[in-house]
Write a protein that binds this ligand. Structure first.
Ligand code: PSU
Ligand code: MN
Length: 305
């Protein structure tokens, strides 16, 4: 018996027609933004995938089943229902068995994408190695899942509340390809650059599609990471937020905030320090990443279907 997947009509039709589909996470809806901005943003992200030429498949858990594609009604429900649990890969079997709703992280969403036969997934910010991980061992399951699920992950890097140098090292050690699409550096979510150069730059979507397939033909067991930076006009200056983050990381340590709660704690600190500008930048990068993912999935389908 396999895990039940429930496809939205739009996604089911796209799969039948061989159209490109981009999977999206739902944890960003329930835990990343507040209502009603989260619902509005989730809809705009889906529209951005469509503008890129592909069909969006927002992933979520409901009543013991994995939703592959959400309607506007589903999105409204996920966005407005309080206390939907964050479901990462290791939580997935339990939440599915228990029933009820669950919001998927990048890790659990790529599991669902692979099960559903979808080759592309997009999220503006992936999880990574946390600052101080040498003491806390806080490394996101997202990174582990990238070593296991054959999905192309389009993102704007990861937030610089993480240790992006260590995150890049982890990806290298575990043979996860990283390509900066039409850019040179590994981006840092709403910052155009993390200050780290990406190991590869590719400008041609067709070349990128072939690189992704080559990874799997060569026996690569997991994901292929593609980064696309936010547009400079929507970006936040990395230097500006660095001091705030460093201070908030120390404060979190003193207050005993760790584990699953740390990301939200640090994001709120940045939001206060930038007087809400980071929230706007957050929305912009979610939308621009999804649009590029739609374009890349479309180019991939052109090469391989
Ligand atoms: N990065 C963000 N915002 C987020 C997340 C990551 O900028 O909301 C979420 C994503 O769903 C990601 C998850 O998959 O946090 C990683 O959580 P953890 O570090 O607990 O694995
Ligand atoms: Mn963690």
């Amino acid at each position: 018996m396999s895990v039940p997947l429930v496809y939205s009509e739009e996604v089911a039709e796209a799969i039948t027609a061989g159209q490109p589909v981009v999977a999206l996470e739902s944890n960003v809806i329930t835990h990343g933004l507040d209502y009603p901005e989260n619902a509005e943003t989730a809809r705009r992200v889906q529209d951005a995938v469509r503008a890129g030429g592909a069909v969006p498949a927002t992933i979520g858990i409901d009543g013991g089943r994995i939703l592959v594609g959400m309607t506007d009604t589903d999105i409204e429900r996920f966005a407005s229902t309080p206390k939907i649990p964050k479901v990462s890969s290791r939580d997935l079997p339990i939440v599915l068995a228990r029933g009820g709703m669950g919001a998927t992280t990048v890790a659990s969403s790529v599991i669902a994408a692979e099960l559903a036969g979808l080759k592309f997934f997009s999220s503006a910010g992936i999880g990574g190695v946390h600052r101080g991980a040498e003491r806390t061992m806080d490394v996101s399951s997202d990174l582990i899942q990238f070593t296991r699920s054959k999905v192309a992950v389009v993102c704007a890097g990861a937030k610089n509340i993480l240790d992006l140098g260590l995150t890049m090292e982890f990806l290298e050690t575990h043979c996860v390809p990283v390509v900066a699409y039409r850019s040179d550096d590994f981006p840092a979510f709403y910052c155009v650059s993390s200050g780290l150069r990406s190991p590869h730059r590719v400008d041609d979507p067709a070349v990128l599609a072939h690189a992704i397939e080559n990874h799997w033909r060569l026996g690569g067991p997991g994901s292929f990471l593609v980064t696309t930076p936010t547009r400079p006009g929507d970006a936040i200056d990395g230097g500006e937020v660095e001091a705030v983050i460093a201070e908030a990381v120390e404060r979190a340590d003193r207050d005993g905030v760790s584990g699953q709660a740390i990301t939200k704690y640090l994001m709120k600190a940045v939001e206060r320090a930038t007087e809400g500008r980071s929230a706007k930048a957050n929305m912009a990068v979610l939308v621009s990443t999804a649009e590029v993912a739609g374009e890349l999935a479309t180019a991939h389908a052109r090469e391989f279907s």
